[in-house]
Structure formats: structure tokens, C-alpha cells
Ligand binder design. Sequence first.
Ligand code: XIL
Length: 343
Amino acid sequence: PSLKKVVGDKFHIGVAINTAQSSGRDAKSVQLIKKHFNSVVAENCMKSAVIHPEENRYNFSQADEFVKFGEDNDMFIIGHCLMWHSQLPRWFCTDSEGKNVSPEVLKQRMKDHIYTVVGRYKGRVKGWDVVNEAIIEDGSYRKTKFYEILGEEFIPLAFQYAHEADPDAELYYNDYGMNVEGRRNTVVKIVKDMKEKGLRVDAIGMQGHMGMDYPDMKEFEESILAFASTGAKVMITEWDMSALPTAKRSANISDTVAYRKMLNPYPEALPDNVSEEWNARMTDFLNLFMKHSDVITRVTAWGVIDGDSWKNDFPVRGRRDYPLLFDRNYQPKPFVKELIEKK
Ligand code: XIL
């Protein structure tokens, strides 16, 4: 019994993998990846800071290994991500004095970057997160360097370049907090506008970083439907669910003991199987994804086991979190176990 046997006829079931996994060093996680998933995305190694650290230097070694891992294991390979304000090398948008480059220069750099990266894996990487996290909650554009220099145009431009570099690749717009109405409305508009202009947009990626009290499931469902109304498919691209209370990075608490307690209010670690509430909420969301499997074409977990999750260090460092489908002992969480044993 495996996840892909149970849900694989509904949508691709994917996972984000790190370099220890794509290189094969982390054999235990590799076993789980091969058994349960049929799609992979690189957790970090295709981000611009890693793959293109200097203007005239690319670093393809980890990305090459990742793509080979995907091919060797017959996975649907996703590239993450082409244009993102984070994990972006400083040189990309500025000149040697640190001043913003001109729109012409930035366009040329975007084009070179996208042509080179997408071109290298043409026909092998099947879908790209072309633009990541460009819209904020109130529906306005995030004030990134891309936006400062090029305005709204940077999004359609990125999609145009990606399509030119590999006409067969699927292209996605990806963002978090996609249940929120302001962001939802703007993303719908952007995708509709691009499609009307004749640009290729295959899917809208809802990252799906969740917690016990967000997102609201009804809002999330409304977004699935709104995104599908553009004619694009919907993907849950970075699914995880923190079991810890939300901690604000900006929390300004002078009492260290109180602060630590706020970061992790549990005196002991939680049990590896987390709580019944957590498992029930994961089941509810998975059921929601299956209910909409006519429009949802992929569900990807953002990591294999809890011990490797980014949530242990976000939004504050050094917590012990339990957000993924497999625990620190490589065991499926109860809701996963129940699901795969039922079949
Ligand atoms: C995270 C990775 O998981 C971490 O290892 C890294 O340190 C920071 O980025 N949204 C995204 C992902 O689109 O690329 C982020 O991944 C998580 C949030």
C-alpha cells in the first residue's frame, strides 16, 4: 500500500526533496519518496541564488542531480522557481554600485536566466513555478525589485520567456495564503489577463502552508473554484501543516522564559503522531483536494519527514514541528496510515 496507489488516479502526488535525497545519501527518505510519490520538486537547488549565484556563473550540479533523480524514478519533475524575490542573488536587480538596473537590463537578465535554466532541462522538467509570491494579501503587488523596476509587466514577461525556452513545459503562478480574498482576486485577474493575451498558464499553485487555525477551509475551497474559473488547473504545491501555534518573528518579548514558552509552549515534545485534531484536519483537507480532483492535478508535500521540514525554523528558528506526512522515524502519520491501509 502506498500513497500513490491510493490517490494517484486523482492527481499527481508529489514531494519536495533536498540534496541529501536527490543524491541518494539519505537512503531512508529515498525509500519513502520512491514508494509513495510520483512527482518531485527541488526544495532549494533551482532557486536563483543557488543555480545562478553570479551574473556569469551558473551552478547546475545539484539541479542536474535532482533532475536525474526524478528521471531515474519516473517522476513528474517540477522546477521551482524562476522569479522570486527571496533566495535571489543581489546582482540580479542591481549594478555594481548597488543601484537598481534599468528596465532593459533587468529584462535581459530575466531572459538570460529563464532561457538558460529552462533551456537546460527542456523536455525533462515538465512544469515550472514561473513566478512565486508576487501578490500580497490586500491584492496589491509585492514591492519587490522586479516590481520596482518593471512594474506589473514582469509577470507576463517571465511567462513569455519561459514558454519560449520550452514550449512544451507547463507553466504555473505560485503563491501562499491563497485563501485570502484580496490575493485571490488579483491572481485570478492576472491569470485571466495573461490567458487573454495568448500566454500559456497551465495552473495556479496554492502553496498550502497551513496551521491548526489557518487557512479557513471554506475560503480555501472558494479559492480553488475561483482559480479553476480562469481555465487554469489548480495545484497544491507546498503542503504542510504546522502543529505548533503561530509565532510571530516580530514578537518583542523581553522576558526570555516567556518568549521561549511562546515559541514552543509544550514542556515536552509532542508525540510523533501529533494530535487527533491535526490528523483530522489533514484528512479534511485531503478530502477537499479529492473532492476537487477534476481541477486539482497535483498535491505536493513540502518535504518527506518532520525532521527535515523548513517549519522547524520558520517563522522562528529552533522549534520542533510536526507538519509533514511522515514522522521523524520515517513512519506515516496516522491519517496517512489509515488512508493507505483502507485500500
Ligand atoms: C523554503 C525551504 O523549504 C527552506 O529550506 C529554505 O531555507 C527557504 O525556503 N515558499 C516557497 C519555498 O516557495 O521555496 C520555501 O522553501 C517555503 C515558502
